[in-house]
Structures are given as C-alpha cells and as structure tokens.
Design a protein around this ligand. Structure first.
Ligand SMILES: [Zn+2]
Ligand SMILES: [Zn+2]
Length: 410
C-alpha cells in the first residue's frame, strides 16, 4: 500500500485511542508552565515509541526526537498543552474535573494530535529522511512557554537546528469543521499590555481645586487612546486598544490619590507595533502633564506577530490539498486578532501555523468561541489533524533535504 494511504488508515485506526487520550486531558486541565499531570499523561502515551525524550527545567515541557531511518535535516512539530482559568459550562460527559480550570482553547486536541503524529511517524521511521522534533509546550496562554522552550534548546534538540516548524490550532467557532486555513505573512496579532497609573493628589470632593483629581484625567486618556488609534493609524493596518480594567477611589466624596487602568493592545504589522509602543505611553504622559499630574506608564510587550513564511505557507496549503482534496483548504483573507507564542518559534525558523475548524454545532458562527466556558471541540477532526502534522513532517524533510543537497546558486 502506498505510504499516503497507509498513513490515512493508521490515523483512523488510532481514533479511539486518541479520543480517549484527549478526553483524559480534558478532564484534568492544568494552567501555566507547570503541568505535571498533563506531562505524565503525555509521557505514558509516548512510552512505547522509539523517541529520545527530554523534559523541561523551567517548565513541564516534553521534547521528543524521532530519528528517521535515513539521514537528513530535522523539522519541528508543536502542540501546546495548557488550559485556561475558567469554570467549564459544557454538557460534555468528559467535562473538566478540576474546579476553575478548563481546556477552552482546544490545547487538549493539540496535545493528542501531536501524540498521534508521533505514533504515525514512529511506525514509518524507516522511510523518514531526517529527524522530527515533537514540541509539547506548556504555558501558551500568557506564560511564554514557547520562549522558555527556545531558551532550553528545543530547536537544537535533534543535535542539529530544525530547518522548519509547523503547528495547528483548532477553533470551536468561526471556521467550518474540517477546514484548514492559513495565510502567508501576518497570521495573528502582536499582543501587548499597557499599565497606567495617574498620580494625582487626594482631598475632599467639595474642593477639587486644592487637590489634583486623577479620575477625569484617566478618563480623558482612555478616550484619547481610542481617538489615537482611529486617527493616527492606517485603517488597513489597524491597531486595537481595549481598556480592560479601570480603578480609582473609595467613596463618592473623596478625591483619590491615584487612578489606574490596564489596556490590551493588538497590532498587525511591525511598523504599527513600533509606533504604538512609542505613541501610547507618550499620549498618557503628556495628557497627565497637561493637567499638572504624572502618569506612570508600563508598556509590556507580550507576544510578537505570528508571521508565516510565504513559501512554507504555499507548501502547507499544497500538502492539505494533496492529502485531503481541494475543498479542505481555504486561504484566510485577514489575520486573526488573537495572539500566539508559537510566533517566537516562527521568528527563529521558517514555517507555518495552520487553523483547523473544529466546531460541534451546525453553524460555526453560532458556536461558542475559544476561551468561552461553553466552547466545544469535535473529536472527529483529530485524525486529519494528526495526519496533516505527519505529512508536513515527511514532506518538509524531503523538501529540506533536496534544498540542502543543491544549495541555491549565488
Ligand atoms: Zn487560547
Ligand atoms: Zn490556543
């Protein structure tokens, strides 16, 4: 049987195991960088496979290397493993058993599909021309798990630096079930946080002229930030600023010393991000100064832009079409305003991050989105997800080996 058909059969033969694994992970979500139970479940699932396994130091990551039967380059496949601090409100019989924690972003599917890809590829290691690095990553949801794994050498885990990297993200709404979609260039936003404290001078609410009231100044800054993004940024290269917290005061007739707020900032190009990093703090400081006050501003860079390499995106789309048919891939017209720390891997090596529709209802637009306590993800997409990961690895190794054998003419 041809390898492609064999892999497809193997993927569906693993279905029950993978669903069982995913449900187990779903019942025991863990948050952040330390996921001991998840790590244990993954290690058990990989136990019988011919992998070289390294565990993280700063986090409970699992890096597994599969040596191919023939020499060649190395490629990386990534799956994130952490849940979110949410109380699950689904009706699922495998709902979270942990109070206040839920796999609401589908990372349980990512983990299970990466285990599945490791199984598929292990069964065909003799045919592999090179090595595959499986990156099981904790702490995607705001903990920079990818950055920690890069610091601990995940890209060099095979003894040579990986030549490319791929990953999948499932969605419980938006995209039709079973559809793979991505785009070249910016796929996901850069995300930053702005923290501002306007320092006034408290006093009695009846005599504001002898105090410095920080509340109207903070309010003015909040409104001015919206004017700034609407008036100073190209509408085709937008920036989103959302003030998510705003706190000041204790009683209606007391002027407080301080007013504080925090904002989430998303941008979609390096140019816009460079400008907002400069403009937002300046706006805060100078409005406060205009009122005789000081704004203390902390600008915290979180995730960089997730940028897909154009050639690797074309390659990945081609693999989807070859393996599953033309109608299973659709180019994504606009970037997704979410952010991802796989961006850090794609800053280091070329590759592609791909979305996979996994809603469970009839209409993806009507389903609860990722990060909702009612988000639900379809088990049925997992065989195709793991098959795509395996095929990307096999074909990327072939492609990168050819490129290495015949370096471009200068
Ligand atoms: Zn998420
Ligand atoms: Zn996610």
């Amino acid at each position: 049987m041809a390898l492609d058909n064999q892999l497809r059969d193997d993927a569906w033969n693993l279905y029950d195991d993978l669903v069982g694994l995913r449900h187990r992970l779903h019942q025991h979500p863990e948050i952040g960088l330390d996921l001991p139970k998840t790590q244990q479940i993954v290690l058990e699932a990989l136990e019988v496979l011919p992998l070289e396994i390294t565990l993280g130091q700063a986090l409970s990551s699992v890096t597994a290397v599969l040596r191919g039967g023939k020499p060649g380059p190395a490629v990386l496949l990534r799956g994130d493993m952490d849940g979110l601090p949410l109380q699950e409100q689904s009706e699922l019989d495998f709902a979270s058993q942990v109070d206040g924690a839920m796999h609401a972003c589908g990372h349980d599917l990512h983990t299970a599909m990466l285990v599945g890809a490791a199984r598929l590829l292990s069964a065909h290691r003799d045919e592999l021309a090179g090595d595959v690095v499986f990156m099981f990553q904790p702490g995607e949801e705001g903990y920079n798990g990818a950055g920690h794994m890069l610091d601990e050498g995940v890209l060099e885990a095979a003894g040579q630096r990986v030549s490319s990297a791929y990953g999948l993200h499932v969605y419980s709404s938006e995209y039709p079930r079973g559809l793979f979609t991505t785009r070249p260039g910016t796929l996901m936003a850069a995300s930053d946080a702005l923290r501002v404290r306007v320092r006034g001078q408290g006093g009695h609410g009846s005599i504001p002229h002898v105090s410095k009231d920080p509340i109207p100044v903070a309010a003015e800054i909040v409104m001015a930030l919206q004017t700034m993004v609407a008036r100073r940024f190209d509408i085709f290269d937008p920036v989103v600023v959302t003030v998510g917290t705003l706190h000041a005061g204790t009683r209606f007739n007391i002027i407080p010393d301080d007013a504080e707020f925090e904002a989430a900032i998303r941008s979609f190009s390096r140019d816009s991000r460079d400008r907002i990093v400069e403009l937002a703090p300046r706006l805060c400081r100078e409005i406060a100064a205009a009122h005789g006050m000081v704004a203390e501003v902390e600008y915290q860079a979180k995730n960089p832009l997730t940028v897909n390499n154009a050639a690797h995106t074309e390659f990945a789309a081609g693999v989807v079409r070859d393996v599953f048919g033309e109608d299973r891939f659709a180019p994504l017209p606009n970037p997704n305003p979410g952010a991802e720390d796989f961006s850090r891997v794609l800053e280091e090596v070329p590759g592609c991050y791909i979305f996979l529709g996994a809603h469970t209802g009839d209409d993806p637009a009507a389903c609860a989105s990722n990060h909702s306590p009612r988000a639900a993800f379809a088990d049925e997409v997992m065989p195709d997800g793991m098959l795509l990961l395996a095929q990307l690895a096999i074909q990327a190794l072939q492609r990168d080996a050819t490129a290495r054998a015949s370096p471009p003419m200068i």
